[in-house]
Design a protein around this ligand. Structure first.
Ligand code: DON
Length: 313
């Protein structure tokens, strides 16, 4: 059953209005100092449906730091390069641990649980980097984002990348630890340089929702008709988003929202309603797991009102 565009527009507007009234906004991330400068009252919501209709409200055009949402796209790129060989470097099970946890890595001999925790995403970035200079690998990731969003204005926020490069001691520890097990092929500095920069890509809700369309439509961008990945790969990436996309908040996100989703500490969430829509929401305040607090509440309201949970109405 398709949702009428007028209903969609109305629901998106209502939810943005409701979120604007709320005082419980969570805490803006401060462990990357540059992220703490963002306005905590920002809120944007964009839904792009199968016909390319864009329903949008709030700060839909303001670029924000996509941070860990970039991991969905680097996973897609790396799978395109090395296929299932990727799964010898990184697992695909939920971690039940914080996104920057160190303890699990030791128990599992340097193989990260999944591609969305920091260690896993660093291992994925390392695969993209192999055989290239860091500048080339980063260029490839950025070009991929521009292609997916059909928007050449997307850039990297160098101040955010530099801020994380100066303070990313945990990621440096994780990468060195994986290197000791041979899970990282390239120089740790090079791999982390690419990782910090792809996390610092800045995109608006509109650009992000546009970029996620291939995951909603069986690997295909419905407006260009171009296949980005095979349908089976899109389905599997969605499965990993569902089980691992919100770290140890993934169960709660599935319970409340019922869609594959990926969060970032910049306060963005990309959520996919398979066959129906690609959705991006942004509210910088985070919950205790590092996921956007109002972002999740907005998505919960959206799926409930539209009956879009993949688990039923
Ligand atoms: O590596 C980090 O800590 C950040 N660049 C990304 C973490 C992140 O976005 C976690 N997501 N909620």
């Amino acid at each position: 059953m398709s949702t009428s565009t007028s209903l969609l527009d109305q629901v998106v507007r209502e939810i943005a209005d409701e979120m604007a009234q709320r005082s419980d906004r969570g805490e803006v991330a401060s462990y990357i100092p540059e992220l703490a400068r963002v306005d905590a009252n920002s809120f944007g919501l964009v839904v792009v449906d199968a016909d390319g209709h864009v329903a949008a409200a709030g700060d839909r055009e303001t670029p924000f730091s996509i941070q860990s949402i970039s991991k969905v796209f680097t996973l897609t790129l790396a799978l395109g390069k090395v296929g299932d060989r990727l799964w010898s470097r990184v697992g695909r099970e939920p971690s039940g641990s914080p996104f920057n946890s160190i303890v699990q890595l030791e128990r599992e001999r340097g193989i990260p649980r999944n591609p969305f925790i920091n260690a896993g995403a660093i291992a994925v970035t390392d695969l993209i980097l192999s055989g290239h200079q860091p500048r080339e690998a980063l260029g490839e990731i950025l070009r991929f984002m521009r292609f997916l969003a059909d928007d050449s204005s997307i850039t990297i926020d160098e101040a955010v990348a530099a801020s994380e490069q100066r303070t990313g001691f945990r990621n440096i520890a994780l990468a060195n630890y994986m290197k000791s097990f041979g899970v990282i092929e390239n120089s740790v500095d090079f791999t982390l340089g690419v990782y910090f920069h792809h996390c610092a890509i800045a995109m608006s809700c509109r650009q992000l929702a546009m970029a996620g369309r291939y995951l909603a439509y069986a690997g295909r961008n419905p407006s260009t008709g171009l296949n980005v990945v095979q349908a089976e790969r899109a389905r599997r990436i969605n499965a990993i988003m569902m089980t691992c996309g919100h770290y140890d908040g993934s169960g709660e996100f599935a319970y409340r929202v019922g869609l594959p989703g990926k969060s970032g500490v910049g306060g963005g969430i990309l959520a996919i309603a398979p066959g129906k829509a690609s959705i991006a929401v942004w509210s910088p305040g985070l919950d205790a797991n590092g996921n956007s607090h109002l972002g999740r509440m907005a998505l919960e309201a959206l799926t409930r009102r539209l009956g879009w949970s993949i688990f039923g109405v």
